[in-house]
Design a binder for this molecule. Structure first.
Ligand SMILES: Cc1cc2nc3c(=O)[nH]c(=O)nc-3n(C[C@H](O)[C@H](O)[C@H](O)COP(=O)(O)OP(=O)(O)OC[C@H]3O[C@@H](n4cnc5c(N)ncnc54)[C@H](O)[C@@H]3O)c2cc1C
Length: 445
């Protein structure tokens, strides 16, 4: 059976290596050096386009656990990252040129991998195909993928807002409630109102602000440091969506008439309308994660933590994911894929990497691994490989393939693992350690 992999990035290289190692012939298509995306510049494979960090190596960090799982599964890319690392404390940061060179050499010298240097513009029906063309998939192929998947729009400007772990929110300040439903009715007594609130099943968590809190926050926000954008991003970003700091820059009250408007809410402690309200919207089926509504941002990560922690109720917030603004191409995995990263409507086609709906370097490698192991089993007429959801690699595969109306690309985080059995462990490090131990038990077998 012919296996074609489109895109020799992080996911494509991992997948090609794993499949080829099983004695299966692979054709790996890469458009570089004939054609480059706006962010790629090197002719080598597995190019790291931005930060050289693969994040923490600690098992108390979700990405640290994912890397350890990949090591145990024999990941080529994590092995190369380990051998090309540069000092970075507890993080795994790589010498990006060495990393790409070594991966390229391993792929090129493999007897079962044939490299085809061309831009793929059509997806043919021969054999099995893994599409791993990344967030900057070329336009012609993106059009084909849109046709194949029935998606009207495949380009998104990744203007994701930060995502917060619910258990780190201060519920002495925060309150649940949907706009207008939460508000105290004129003819209601405070007691009746509070009883009614108890029976509601709202999707939002609200963070009320006083005038002084709002103005202090606004000042910090407009003065915070932003990320310098690539030229191509500058041209395209601001048309469709507005970073919160840009909106705030238009005037002190703009946010209060936009995403922070307090209309339809009363603070349950005072029964009065707050001066402004930040809303958090449920982001995962288990309601562990909440995104900050309207907070798409281009602030530097450190600034996001500093400024957004000033919002009442978020002083100790755990940011599972920071807001980002760059072009992203991804399919709605939650509608289209199963947990093997295989297209439900066509079992000969898989997606891997950022385009499948995972986010991040290591996550892209992980999806390449899962897709590859399943392609191998499909060819060998063996059962589909499904990692348990107690593992980070399995939880990610479950996330991208579980129906979700608000589907957004996801990186590894402890919020997507099912909780430990028994009483909740309050100490976060200890809890994460135990979650990591539970996962790694699986990889011992
Ligand atoms: C600007 C930017 C910055 C990012 N920064 C970070 C970061 O700091 N940390 C992080 O964890 N993640 C970051 N990401 C997200 C993501 O982790 C990386 O993009 C990652 O490289 C994705 O891996 P991938 O294998 O899916 O795609 P890529 O590594 O991008 O590989 C895709 C490959 O497919 C090729 N290709 C595209 N179209 C075609 C075609 N039609 N035919 C043939 N080949 C094609 C490309 O040339 C490329 O080599 C960033 C993304 C972007 C866009």
């Amino acid at each position: 059976m012919q296996v074609s992999i489109i895109g020799a990035g992080l996911a494509g290289c991992e997948a090609a290596y794993q499949i080829a190692n099983q004695g299966i012939k692979v054709k790996l298509y890469e458009m570089k050096p004939k054609k480059y995306s706006p962010a790629h510049t090197s002719s080598d494979f597995a190019e790291i386009v931005c930060s050289n960090s693969f994040k923490s190596n600690l098992l108390t960090n979700a990405c640290g656990l994912l890397k350890e799982e990949l090591r145990r599964l024999g990941s080529l890319l994590i092995e190369v990252a380990d051998t090309t690392c540069v000092p970075a404390g507890q993080a795994l940061a790589v010498d990006r040129n060495e990393f790409s060179k070594k991966v390229t050499a391993k792929i090129k010298e493999h007897p079962n991998i044939e490299i085809v240097n061309e831009e793929v513009t059509q997806i043919d029906n021969e054999g099995i195909t893994i599409i791993a063309t990344g967030p900057l998939t070329s336009d012609a192929l993106a059009t084909q993928i849109a046709k194949l998947t029935g998606m009207k729009k495949l380009y998104f400007y990744d203007a994701a807002a930060p995502i917060i772990e619910k258990q780190s929110i201060d519920f002495n300040i925060a309150f649940y409630g949907n706009r207008y439903e939460q508000e105290k009715k004129k003819d209601e007594t405070v007691e009746d109102w509070q009883l009614r609130l108890k029976d509601q099943e709202p999707s939002y968590i609200n963070l009320p602000m006083s005038e002084q809190e709002y103005e202090e926050f606004w000042k910090e926000l407009v003065e915070a440091e932003v990320v310098t954008l690539h030229e191509f991003e500058k041209r395209e970003i601001f048309e469709g969506c507005m970073p919160i700091e840009i909106m705030a820059g238009r005037g002190v009250d703009t946010l209060r008439f936009g995403p922070l408007k307090p209309v339809g809410f009363d603070d349950p402690r005072t029964a009065r309308r707050p001066y402004a309200v930040v809303q958090l919207r449920q982001d995962d089926a288990e309601a562990n994660l909440y995104n900050m509504v309207g907070f798409q941002t281009n602030l530097k990560y450190g600034e996001q933590k500093r400024v957004f922690s000033k919002i009442p109720g978020l002083a100790n917030a755990e940011f599972i994911k920071y807001g980002v603004m760059h072009r992203n191409t991804y399919i709605n995995g939650s509608k289209l894929l199963n947990s093997s990263y295989q297209l439900k409507a066509n079992p000969q086609i898989y997606f891997a990497g950022q385009i499948s709906g995972v986010e991040g370097y290591v996550e892209s490698i992980a999806s390449g691994m899962v897709a590859a192991l399943n392609v191998i089993n499909q060819i060998k007429n063996k059962e589909k490989i499904e990692f348990p959801e107690t593992t980070m690699i399995g939880a990610l595969a479950k996330y991208i393939s579980t129906p979700n109306e608000k589907f957004q690309p996801m990186n590894a985080n402890y919020g997507i693992l099912p909780p430990l059995e028994g009483k909740r462990i309050r100490d976060k490090k200890e809890r994460y350690k135990q979650l990591a131990n539970r996962s790694l038990q699986y990889f011992k077998n």
